[in-house]
Design a binder for this molecule. Sequence first.
Ligand SMILES: C[S@@+](CC[C@H](N)C(=O)[O-])C[C@H]1O[C@@H](n2cnc3c(N)ncnc32)[C@H](O)[C@@H]1O
Length: 264
Amino acid sequence: MARMKLSQIRTYWTDQAGVHGAKPQASWSDFRVMEMECRELCKYINDGDKVLDVGCANGYTTMHVAAQKNVRIHGVDYIPRMIASAKKGLRAHKAFAARVSFSVGDIMKLKFPAGNFDTVMVVRVVINLGTWTRQLHAMRECLRVLKPGGLLLLSEATLQGWRRLNLLRVEWGLPTIPVPSFNTYLDQKKVATALRGHADLLDIANYASTYFVGTRVLKPLLIKALSLNADPSDPGMEWNRLFSLAPSIGDYGTQKIFIFRKKR
Ligand SMILES: C[S@@+](CC[C@H](N)C(=O)[O-])C[C@H]1O[C@@H](n2cnc3c(N)ncnc32)[C@H](O)[C@@H]1O
C-alpha cells in the first residue's frame, strides 16, 4: 500500500476530527487498547506532576489521565479541529477541568522552554511523521521540554510487535495485517538507542500482547470456524473486554510503551 504524504496525513487527521468529534474513534477504532494504554501510562505518572501530552487528538487520553491522577496536564495537537473538540469535551468534566488545558502545536517544534515538564507523554503520534529522521527529531524535541530526571512515555506501534503478530496469524491461515498507509511503525531497536547519552530506557511495556492475540488471532479464527455473524474488528464485544483485562504475556502487541528517564 502506498504511503501517504505528510500533507495527506494531516488531511486524514482533520477528517477524523470532523467525523468523530469528541469520541475516542477520532484517534483509533479500538477503544479497548486505548483503555489499556491509559491504565499503563498512569502507572508512570505521579500526583502533582506537570504533564505534557503531545499529539493529544481530541484529548481522550489527556482527560483520562486527569481523571485518574491529580496532575496539571496540557495537550497539544497540530489539528485545530482536534483541539476544538478537546476544549469542548473538557467542559463536561468539572471535577478536573481547571487542571487541564489544550492548544494547537506541532511535535516538531514545541513552543515550551527546555526543562518545563515532569512527564511528557506521546501516544501514537511519532508513527505519523513519515521518516525516521523526523521521528528522531520529534523524540528529541519531547525530551528537550522535559525536566532532568523526568519521564518520557512513548506509546507507539513497533515493527517488531507487528511482525510477530503477523507470524502468528500466518501460522494459523490468517492474512497479514498491513501497516496503515498514514503510519510508519517504529523499529524498536532504533528507538531503544535513539536517545542514548540524553535519556535512559527504563522499560518497554508490552501491555497489549495478550489482547492482540485474543482479538487479532483467536477471535477471527473462532468467528470463521463457527461461521458466526460477528465483526472481528468490533472492540465493543465482551470478548475484547475479557482480553483487555487479561495479564499481558509475550510480545505480540503492535503497541508498546517506551519509558525513558531524562538524564540529570
Ligand atoms: C492516533 S492520534 C493520537 C491519539 C491521542 N494521543 C490519544 O491518546 O487519544 C494521532 C494524533 O497525532 C496528531 N499529530 C500527527 N502529527 C503531529 C504533529 N506533527 N504534531 C502534533 N500532532 C500531530 C494527529 O493530529 C492526531 O491527532
